[in-house]
Design a protein around this ligand. Structure first.
Ligand code: SF4
Length: 422
């Protein structure tokens, strides 16, 4: 292992590419561009490549054969996890088609909020680069930024990095229960309009009423932070370019409705000024899988195969629900970039491909250790704003296979399904 510079990081959706790593025994220490997620990801030593069947050590071909046997016996397998790179996602789709399986990313529930809102009411999006260079004000919901993307403030919110801000600080306003994790500096002025998660949709609706000078329900005056919202609306009127940013997993149970409300607010603001919406998605490779799914099938995920048909069922396909109910009768977990997001023991046969096998506290029917894209093998990941593909580098010698390699071996053992289209 050698020290490395300008290293791209695959451990959250921000896609930082400025890391400096120092070889440190079997892992790396992040000497520049460190954050808690990258320090943990690069600091993890490669596990043993030993594969297991029901806890018993086996050679990789045996483990692959057993995976094939389980999949051939299954009625509706569920391919989930999907914390993998572009090549792994492509192979996962081929496996799902060959095994006639359903697919749902491990962050499918929160990640699909944006997709459902987009289907329902459309959306106006911005990118991380536009955010950094142009946004004078940012509304932040469902996250304080650093809890989802640790270097968001440093790399994209600090106004001193904005090409068109003339060194002015950026106003970042958090609405909801998440308080800022950092204090004001010369590049950022934080503000927190505190309310609980259930109140946030009403606060957004009130903000829109205030901006459009529409009457508010009398109860709103008592139940919402109306003085702060009115002051915010006044400031927003003076903004030429702003952004509404949200952390999908912090939006609550009806997140799709809240995203729809945020996108409607953005659309309304665009009548006179320029505003854009941006989800802090992409952790555990969610955006990578979504993009591969989109360009391969036309759908963003939550689909299943019947013959050679792709059935898109975003409200029905939910890996947790289908595995818990037995509707899916076999689980294929595909990791690599899952970190500590490991699957719990399902009540059905389980095939687990993971880069973190030592953290599993149960024995899958088939366990195959795999490498981490961007450390053990090269690959490509897609940034959270969907516009940048990040080439990931191989940084250490490793005998761990890539997810795509293992999946392709399993696919080779499965029969080609009958064609259903006429
Ligand atoms: S913020 Fe995200 S992409 Fe950047 S170094 Fe940390 S984990 Fe990696």
């Amino acid at each position: 292992m050698e020290n490395a510079r300008d290293v791209p990081c695959p451990f959250c959706g921000l896609g930082c590419d400025d890391l400096a790593l120092r070889a440190d025994g079997p892992a790396f220490a992040v000497e520049q561009g460190a954050c808690p997620r990258s320090a943990t990801g690069f600091g993890r030593a490669a596990p043993s490549a030993q594969a297991y069947i029901a806890g018993n050590p086996v050679e990789l071909p045996q483990a692959v054969d057993q995976a094939v046997t389980l999949l051939r016996a299954a009625r509706l397998p569920m391919v989930t996890g999907l914390a993998t790179d572009v090549a792994g996602s492509r192979s996962a789709l081929r496996l799902a088609q060959r095994a006639q399986a359903a697919m749902d990313h491990l962050h499918g529930s929160s990640g699909f909020q944006g997709v459902l809102a987009m289907q329902s009411s459309g959306g106006m999006s911005t990118t991380l680069s536009e955010l950094r260079n142009r946004a004078q004000m940012v509304l932040l919901l469902g996250s304080n930024g650093s809890d989802v993307a640790p270097r968001l403030a440093e790399r994209f919110l600090d106004g001193r990095g904005g090409a068109f801000l003339d060194g002015r600080p950026r106003d970042v306003i958090l609405i909801g229960p998440h308080a800022p994790a950092e204090t004001d500096n010369a590049g950022i002025r934080w503000q927190h309009i505190a309310c609980d998660t259930e109140t946030v949709p009403y606060a957004i609706a009130a903000l829109r009423c205030l901006l459009e000078e529409r009457a508010l329900d009398e109860r709103a005056a008592n139940e919402l932070p109306l003085t702060e919202l009115a002051e915010l609306a006044e400031r927003m009127r003076a903004i030429d370019y702003g952004a509404v940013v949200w952390g999908p997993s912090g939006l609550g149970a009806d997140g799709d409705l809240l995203v729809e409300a945020l996108q409607t607010l953005v659309q309304s603001l665009n009548a006179e000024k320029r505003w854009g919406g941006l989800a802090l998605a992409g952790n555990e490779s969610a955006t990578t899988f979504e993009e591969v799914c989109l360009w391969s099938t036309g759908y963003a995920g939550r689909l299943r195969y019947r013959g050679d048909q792709v059935l898109y069922e975003p409200r029905l396909i939910d890996a947790k629900r289908m595995l818990a109910s037995g509707e899916s009768d076999c689980m294929v977990w595909i990791g690599g970039l899952e970190g500590d997001h490991l699957p719990g023991r399902p009540g059905v046969p389980a095939i687990v491909l993971t880069s973190n096998p030592e953290a599993l506290d149960w024995q899958p029917d088939v366990l195959i250790p795999i490498g981490v894209p961007g450390i053990d093998h090269a690959g490509t990941s897609v940034r959270s704003d969907h516009v940048v593909s990040l080439p990931l580098r191989k940084l250490r010698d490793s005998d761990l296979p890539a997810a795509a390699d293992v999946l392709d071996r399993i696919i080779a053992g499965l029969p080609v399904p009958e064609t259903t289209s006429c």
